[in-house]
Design a protein. Structure first.
Length: 184
């Protein structure tokens, strides 16, 4: 494709935003649920999403050792990003799913509470970790993941999400750099 035909960053972001569906009152009354699954229905939109996340990480100039993805939807965006950054992908799962030695952390999110877990040996002290999820609402889930990475004595070098719900001020709960492609 000729350079002048490459869509701008804003055009790619606008197309991703247009692909996301808002589902009122899901999973509870009063919650405007952002359904990101249609992004995966369109390979061009999915590819733009991962490329934009990668561009951001590269622009920071920070070497990333590990992309940590949050169950469940962080597992969709984290592994392709890790491949493009040529680094490890590590899952942070809901409690009770990972064998061996693990570290756990409880957290509160927009519509409930839960416990997440990481395998002790999956992240080494001093490694640089980017945490990836589909969406930041209250920031509770992302903050819990940061605590887990800190417990491993590794460095959180960024918190990435495709979507951020600005009205919930989720990034105020996060003491690390936050980057999201789309804001509502
Ligand atoms: O910023 P917060 O208020 O913490 O909310 C954001 C989290 O909520 C959703 O996860 P959820 O646990 O609902 O997803 P899943 O059941 O698909 O894993 C979403 O994928 C984020 O992980
Ligand atoms: N409003 C929302 N839409 C999608 N996922 C969410 N996770 C927490 N709040 C959410």
């Amino acid at each position: 494709m000729a350079a002048e035909n490459v869509p701008s960053k804003q055009a790619r972001i606008d197309r991703i935003k247009a692909t996301i569906r808002t589902c009122p009152d899901f999973p509870k009354p009063g919650i405007p649920f952002k359904d990101l699954m249609p992004i995966l229905h369109n390979p061009d939109v999915f590819s733009d999403t991962i490329a934009l996340l990668e561009e951001h990480v590269r622009e920071t100039g920070t070497k990333v050792d590990v992309v940590a993805g949050l169950e469940a939807r962080g597992f969709l965006f984290g592994p392709p990003l890790a491949l493009r950054l040529n680094c490890a992908f590590v899952p942070i799962r809901k409690a009770g799913k990972l064998p061996g030695e693990t570290v756990k952390c409880s957290y509160v999110l927009e519509y409930g509470q839960d416990t997440m877990e990481i395998q002790q040996s999956s992240v080494k002290p001093n490694q640089n970790v980017v945490i990836v999820d589909d969406l930041i609402a209250t920031g509770g889930t992302m903050a819990g993941a940061c605590r887990l990475v800190e417990t491993m004595q590794a460095n959180v070098v960024g918190c990435l999400a495709v979507v951020e719900l600005d009205y919930l001020k989720g990034r105020d709960n996060l003491k690390y750099a936050v980057h999201s492609l789309i804001h509502y």
